[in-house]
Design a protein around this ligand. Sequence first.
Ligand SMILES: C[S@@+](CC[C@H](N)C(=O)[O-])C[C@H]1O[C@@H](n2cnc3c(N)ncnc32)[C@H](O)[C@@H]1O
Length: 430
Amino acid sequence: MNAKPSKQYIYIVQSSKETKFCKIGITESLDRRLKDYNNMTGKSQDNVYEYLFTCEVKNMRQVERDIKAKFSHLREEKNKEIYFYNSPLFQGYVDFIKSHKMFVKEVYVKPEAKKTVVKIVKKTTPTLQDRGLSRKDVMQKAKKANNDEFYTRYEDIEREISMYDKKIWKNKVVFCNCDDAVGDEPRNNNNTSAFALFFINNFLQLKLKKLICTHYSGALDLFNTHVKGYVFTKDGFQEIKEYPAGYTGSFDDPLSVRILNEEADIVSTNPPFSRAGDYWKLLIDSGKKFLIVSNITNVKNQPYMSYFEDKKVWAGYNRIDKYLNPKMESVEASGHWYTNLQINNRPKYGLLKIVPLKEIPNESKRYDDNKTLVVDNCFIPNDYDKPFAVSARPILNGILEKGYQYAQNKEYVPYIENRRCFGRILIKKV
Ligand SMILES: C[S@@+](CC[C@H](N)C(=O)[O-])C[C@H]1O[C@@H](n2cnc3c(N)ncnc32)[C@H](O)[C@@H]1O
């Protein structure tokens, strides 16, 4: 008689000493493998390994290969099956495995530690068809989503917020509507978005009335599993996480829009780059106060210029030169704070050099092939009445508050001796 073929499993295991990582592996015996981990020589007594997730699959090697390919950017080292861990990343791994064609059944998933009051509402599972999406839409969405996964550093939030009068926060409801994760305590940069963490940590100091953060279910949605957006609310000492049925957590989900319009006083977040235009429109139309991060070039991009022109938004105090990638590594960024909160005597006015044209050094002024004046290095001629071209920098330093306005509502690209220069903005004296 043939021996019964053994079962095959995929597991995600974690050591209690290294919670920033997890290991994704394969085995034919979950019990034996966990024992092996916990009997490893050289392992300290208080370092305990435990499974976060296990499941049965048909061809564990194939699933393992596909996980490696899919999450190669999240592996600590290319030759080890050690992956970066935080709650959204973990959810991404689990969803990928569960949507794999070799997936058979879930064996175990570690229950979430629940320190907060959690009200679970039955989740729904819309199909692609229900959501009016094709497979191609989903793939495109996945590509875009990868570009959105850059995170604001805590210190950049601290630095910007320290510039405003503290009184503006008093008794206010702050809404972070693209703030991905609020983990259970102890909260840190690995399980909680820096915006949420900042406002939780400074809740009393800023005398906030309420903090509401929404979690976007993007990664889950991509694999068309269940919708699992949530709303985290901190109201005094009470913290609640709610999972409303069918809620995606998207900033334009009807529930998020209701919170924005009916509850929020000040919105603060770094919205997804792939949807920044829609985000700005929704936010500015709401008429709410805001302090958000977006691309430095928004001041010269057509969809945003009318907001600057109509004084519905202006630059905040600081630029942002670094974001964190999903591995929590620092990467180059070109972000800036934008707001409609009052800016007191903008320190960067001091960088604007507003002088007569003849005092602008030749290396900072040129005429392009259209005979348009192009000035650089934050020089601004104060005796020139025609439109002239500047980079984004003087706009971010507040030139629109100093008697100048946009002369054209789209980017201006100068050509000098038929050579294309980088895009500028045409401005003129009011
Ligand atoms: C640039 S990241 C910033 C994340 C976080 N706010 C921060 O500053 O660290 C944008 C975030 O928005 C999330 N996101 C993408 N689409 C969204 C949507 N439609 N609604 C809400 N959030 C979304 C992404 O998953 C991503 O985490």
